[in-house]
Structure formats: structure tokens, C-alpha cells
Design a protein around this ligand. Structure first.
Ligand code: NAD
Length: 292
């Protein structure tokens, strides 16, 4: 069994750390929110009061943080992971961040004798709770092989997609597809409602035909009920659409549909829905259609 330091025990990190405890690993967790650490302790893990304490004894460190500034602070900071981890430690950053930060973390990690993978996830809170995440890893083949037994506790689709940063590029592609589908499902609901057709019956049919997708499967009932408790917050998807557009610019490609969907996500945030689930894109579609 492995000594795991786990930093970032939020919506995703908390159930993920819990699965590692249940699998018999020795998990020491840290979060700036003390209640999250207490939750891990209640689940059988060990609480730490600093990053240093969480990583000092660890063979594997997992970070599950909101965005690149937090990863930079926690990993590269003065009293961060790289300053405290033993040589040979494997750092698996599962946060969704821009690829260039993942590459910078990996480069600095190598200088300090710490092996690094970027391994963002898809599957949402439900996937984290059910240990059925899709995990896309960037880094060396050897480090991926070393991480695999741990990742298998957290997910079911686990793929080494390429060099450092490649996991983040795949995640960006994932996020543009997810936001695009939410935008279209939202417009379908607006059209059905405005036409006087029962939205539930309509979406039930869509979910059985060529338009079928996981968002229709998992979210159509809560969207029709206008239930937007996160899940995955609009604020985080706004961050992710920024990563998508930056990555497109760096690769010199035009992604016009992604650009439009990014603006809808930005509108959701500007309208004050940042802390709602990303399915709240429906509220934007309704407002644009004059039906709120
Ligand atoms: P969250 O905000 O619920 O959790 C992040 C945690 O990090 C919080 O508990 C916060 O207190 C902690 N934190 C922030 N700064 C810290 C610091 N300096 N030191 C220690 N702890 C710190 O977010 P989440 O929904 O769990 O998402 C985490 C990452 O996973 C994000 O990058 C997100 O984009 C990605 N993600 C989320 C989902 C989802 O459905 N929620 C799905 C896939 C990927």
C-alpha cells in the first residue's frame, strides 16, 4: 500500500481521496478549508495542517486544485510540494489547468528529482463518487505505468495520451465538447417549451436517438426541473473555455463554435450564475430567447 499525500479536497478531491483510503492506501490530506480535511479524517484518512506535512512521507502526491495559480502556489511555492517531497516522489496533478503550467511543473519537478504527470479527469462529481472517472495522462511512459495502480482506484478509462501537457490538451477538447452539448440541450429545451411541447417527453426521445449523449442521460431531468446545484461550477467551465481558446491560439487553429460557446459561458458568469452548475447555461439560453 502506498503513502499518498492528497491536496485539494473539494467536490472532486474529497471522494477521490476517500476511494484511496477505502482501497487501503495511507492518505494524508490537506486543504485550506479545514472542514474538508475533517471529512477525510472521518473517512479514515489522516489530516495535515500544511502542504509540507501532507507530502513529506508520501511516495505519491495528488493535487486536485481549482486552477493554475493554486497549482503554482501549492507545487512550486516556497513551502510547496517540490520543496518538501522526497526525491523520487511521483506527483500526479489531476487539476484542470493550462498545458504550459503542467509543462513548467514537470520541468521544475525533474530538476528537483520529482516525477510529474498531468492527469486531469472527466466524469464530474458523479464520476468521482463512483470511481468511474476518465483520466487523461501526460508524461513519460514509465511514470504513467507507476501511477496506473493508483489511477485505477479512481477511474475506469485511463489513457496515456502523450507528453507532459498532453493530458491538459485532451481535457480542453473534452470541455469544449461538454459546453457545446450543454448549449445545444439548453436551446432544445427553450424550443420545446416555447412551442408548447412537453420538454421531458421531447428529451426522452432525443436520448434514444442519434442525439443521445451523456448530458441528456445524466442531466435532462435536473435541467427541466431548473435544479442547478453544482456539480461543476460555471466559474470553472469559464476557466476551462479560456484554456481552450488559448490552446487554439497557440496551435494556430480557428475554433469558431468553441468561441461562441465560450461567450455563452462568459454570459452565464456575467449574469451572476458563476457558482451554479454548468447546466445553468439553460438560464442564458432562456434569457436570450426572452423567456426567463
Ligand atoms: P473545488 O473548488 O470543489 O475544490 C478545490 C479545493 O481546493 C477546495 O476544497 C479548495 O479549498 C482547495 N484549495 C484551493 N486552494 C488551495 C490551496 N492553496 N491549498 C490547498 N487547498 C486549496 O473544485 P472541484 O470541483 O473539486 O475541481 C477541482 C479541479 O477538478 C478543477 O481544476 C476542476 O476544473 C476539475 N474538475 C472538476 C469537475 C467537477 O465536476 N467538479 C470535473 C472534472 C474536473
Amino acid at each position: 500500500m502506498t503513502a499518498v499525500g492528497f491536496i485539494g479536497l473539494g467536490i472532486m478531491g474529497s471522494p477521490m481521496a476517500g476511494h484511496l483510503v477505502a482501497a487501503g492506501h495511507h492518505v494524508t490530506g490537506f486543504d485550506v478549508n479545514r472542514a474538508s480535511v475533517d471529512r477525510l479524517v472521518a473517512a479514515g484518512g489522516k489530516g495535515a495542517s500544511s502542504v509540507a506535512e501532507a507530502v513529506r512521507e508520501a511516495a505519491v502526491v495528488i493535487t486536485m486544485l481549482p486552477n493554475h495559480p493554486q497549482v503554482e502556489q501549492v507545487v512550486l511555492g516556497e513551502d510547496g510540494v517540490l520543496a518538501n517531497a522526497a526525491s523520487g516522489t511521483l506527483l500526479i496533478d489531476m487539476s484542470t489547468i493550462r498545458p504550459e503550467t503542467s509543462i513548467a511543473v514537470a520541468t521544475t519537478g525533474v530538476e528537483r528529482g520529482v516525477r510529474v504527470l498531468d492527469a486531469p479527469v472527466s466524469g464530474g462529481e458523479a464520476g468521482a463518487k463512483q470511481a468511474s472517472l476518465s483520466i487523461m495522462a501526460g508524461g513519460t511512459e514509465a511514470d504513467f505505468a507507476a501511477a496506473k495502480p493508483i489511477l485505477e482506484v479512481l477511474g475506469t478509462t485511463i489513457v496515456h495520451v502523450g507528453r507532459h501537457g498532453a493530458g491538459q490538451v485532451v481535457k480542453a477538447a473534452n470541455q469544449l465538447v461538454v459546453a457545446g452539448i450543454y448549449a445545444l440541450v439548453s436551446e432544445a429545451i427553450v424550443l420545446l417549451d416555447a412551442s408548447g411541447v412537453d420538454a421531458k417527453s421531447g428529451l426522452d426521445v432525443l436520448a434514444g436517438g442519434l442525439a443521445a449523449n451523456r448530458i441528456l442521460d445524466l442531466k435532462r431531468d435536473s435541467m427541466i426541473a431548473r435544479e442547478f446545484t453544482p456539480g461543476f461550477r460555471i466559474d470553472l467551465h469559464y476557466k476551462d473555455m479560456g484554456i481552450v481558446l488559448d490552446a487554439a491560439r497557440q496551435s494556430d487553429v480557428a475554433l469558431p463554435v468553441s468561441g461562441l460557446v465560450a461567450q455563452l459561458v462568459a454570459a452565464a458568469r456575467a449574469m451572476g450564475y458563476g457558482s451554479l452548475d454548468h447546466s445553468a447555461l439553460l438560464k442564458v439560453s432562456e434569457q436570450l430567447a426572452g423567456r426567463s
